[in-house]
Each structure stands twice: as structure tokens, then as C-alpha cells.
Ligand binder design. Sequence first.
Ligand SMILES: Nc1ncnc2c1ncn2[C@@H]1O[C@H](COP(=O)(O)OP(=O)(O)O)[C@@H](O)[C@H]1O
Ligand SMILES: [Mg+2]
Length: 149
Amino acid sequence: MSPSAQVTDSASVRETRKCASTLARRLRPGDAVLLEGPLGAGKTAFVSGVARALGAPGQVSSPTFVFVHEYSARIPLVHVDLYRLPEGSDIEDLGIREYLDGSCIVLVEWPGRCPSFDWGGRVWRVSISIEGDMHRRITVTPPEAEDCL
Ligand SMILES: Nc1ncnc2c1ncn2[C@@H]1O[C@H](COP(=O)(O)OP(=O)(O)O)[C@@H](O)[C@H]1O
Ligand SMILES: [Mg+2]
């Protein structure tokens, strides 16, 4: 694990959102946030925490059949869920590349579906493991250039 990774134990959706809001304060336009963890880990809950912290109105839901949702917030947010991306599809066809132009924050569930895709500049990794019914362990790894603040 990277020395600057931060580990948070969460006992509720609310605590997961709080952890997300802490990250939200450090995000800048152009950042990508890659969320890893099994189904039901809380990746979408984490995204909703970031969205709320950045003032996006309304609910964040899983973009189950649409791969990309846009939310207007203080910094525009793009929520990408690649879970149902058919094997062998070309992620370039989803138009995600244009969101990585530095104007928005791009949050990605199941980035492992596209292991060789280059997410560009600053890439944060959020890994969530299921430790119990409500217990989640959230590991946030900052971009390489980001000092542990
Ligand atoms: N500490 C927790 N943090 C986040 N979600 C939790 C937590 N405890 C239980 N849950 C439940 O786990 C599920 C997480 O769902 P979701 O965010 O859609 O996961 P994912 O996007 O990783 O598949 C929700 O049903 C939520 O109520
Ligand atoms: Mg999800």
C-alpha cells in the first residue's frame, strides 16, 4: 500500500459519505477517481457523498444501463459505471475521453473493465472492502504527485 494512502473504517452509509466529502475537498477539475470494490461495497454511495459535498442537487443513482451520468456541481461531475460494459467493447466509444479535458471530475466504478485505459493527469484510487454487514474499509490513495496533507 502506498505510504500516503488513507484508511477509514465506515459503519454506515453516512460515514462513507463523510469520508467522500473529505476527499471532495481535495479534488480539482481534471481529476479522475477510480473506485474499486465488489458489488454492494458502497462505491455509488461514495460518489453520492462527493456529489453532495460539491453541491450537486438531487440523488445519485447507479447508472446501470447508461454508462455515464453528468451532475452539475461546483465542479461538474461525471459518474461512469463500467460494470455492464460488454467484454471487448471500446471504452473510447463512450466519449469519456472528452470529459478528461480538465474541466470536470470523473468518478469511475469498475475501472478494471478497462485496465489499459489512460485516465490522464491526477488519478485517485478509492478501494472499498466489505468487512461486515455495515462495516466497510475505505482506502484512498492520492495521485502520485500529491503529498499526504
Ligand atoms: N458503511 C457502509 N457504506 C456504504 N454502504 C453501506 C454501508 N453499510 C451498508 N451499506 C449498504 O451497501 C450498499 C452499497 O450500495 P452501492 O453504493 O450501490 O454499492 P456499489 O456501488 O459498490 O455496488 C447499500 O445498500 C448500502 O445501504
Ligand atoms: Mg455502484
